[in-house]
Design a protein around this ligand. Structure first.
Ligand SMILES: [Zn+2]
Length: 206
C-alpha cells in the first residue's frame, strides 16, 4: 500500500490501482487520480464503464485463440485471408504486432505460451489439440513466429518436428528478428521483413 497522508481513501485506492499498471509510477498515478477528481463525475463513470466492458466484450477466438469480440476473431472471419497458411505465435498480442506490418494475409494460431521446462510449461499447456485439428483439415504452410528466445527456439523446433511428417511447408520467420527478441518489441518494418524473408525450416535449422 502506497502511503499517502491526508489523501481520501477512495482517491488513494484509485492511485494505487493506477500505479499498478506498467509504466505508471506513484507520482503519475497521483496526477491522474487528481485529474479525474477535478473533472466532471460523468468522465469517471464513463471510464469505469469502458473498463468494465473490456473483459465483458473481449474474449478469445475459439479457432485461433487471439482476441475476439465474437466466437471467432476478425482474422478467421475474413474470407479474403488464406486459411491454408497459419502463423504460429505465442500470445494474442503477437497477432496485433504481426498485423501492424499489413503484410500478412494468412491466419493465425495462438499457442498460449512457449515451452519452458523451468516454468513447468510443457506441450500439454499449449493449444496444440486445436492446432492438430486445423492441420488435419488441410494446411499448406505453418509459419513459426515464436520469439527468438531460447524457449521460443525450442518451441519452434518442437513444432517443426511435430508436423514434419505431414505434407506441409514449415517456415521460420527470418533472423532479422534479434536474438532474445519478443515480437512485441519489434517495429513493423522489421517484422514485415522477417515475415517476407521467412526461410524453410530445414534451412533455418542449419
Ligand atoms: Zn481467430
Amino acid at each position: 500500500m502506497i502511503q499517502l497522508p491526508g489523501v481520501p481513501t477512495p482517491l488513494a485506492r484509485v492511485i494505487e490501482m493506477l500505479a499498478s499498471l506498467p509504466g505508471i509510477g506513484p507520482k503519475t498515478a497521483m496526477r491522474l487520480g487528481l485529474n479525474l477528481l477535478s473533472r466532471p463525475a460523468a468522465d469517471s463513470t464513463q471510464l469505469a464503464e469502458t473498463l468494465k466492458s473490456l473483459h465483458e466484450q473481449v474474449g478469445f477466438c475459439e479457432t485461433c485463440g487471439c482476441f475476439a469480440e465474437q466466437e471467432r476473431c476478425q482474422f478467421c472471419e475474413d474470407t479474403r485471408r488464406n486459411e491454408a497458411v497459419i502463423c504460429l505465435v505465442e500470445q494474442p498480442v503477437d497477432v496485433l504486432m504481426m498485423e501492424r506490418g499489413h503484410a500478412y494475409r494468412g491466419v493465425y494460431h495462438v499457442l498460449g505460451g512457449r515451452l519452458s521446462p523451468i516454468d513447468g510449461i510443457g506441450p500439454e499447456q499449449l493449444r496444440l489439440a486445436a492446432l492438430d485439428k486445423r492441420v488435419e483439415q488441410g494446411v499448406r504452410e505453418l509459419i513459426l513466429a515464436t520469439s527468438a528466445t531460447v524457449d521460443g527456439e525450442a518451441t519452434a523446433y518442437f513444432l517443426a518436428n511435430r508436423y514434419e511428417q505431414q505434407d506441409i511447408r514449415i517456415s521460420r520467420i527470418a533472423r532479422g528478428v534479434p536474438e532474445g527478441g519478443e515480437l512485441e518489441y519489434l517495429d513493423e518494418h522489421t517484422l514485415s521483413r522477417a515475415l517476407e524473408q521467412r526461410v524453410h525450416w530445414d534451412a533455418a535449422a542449419l
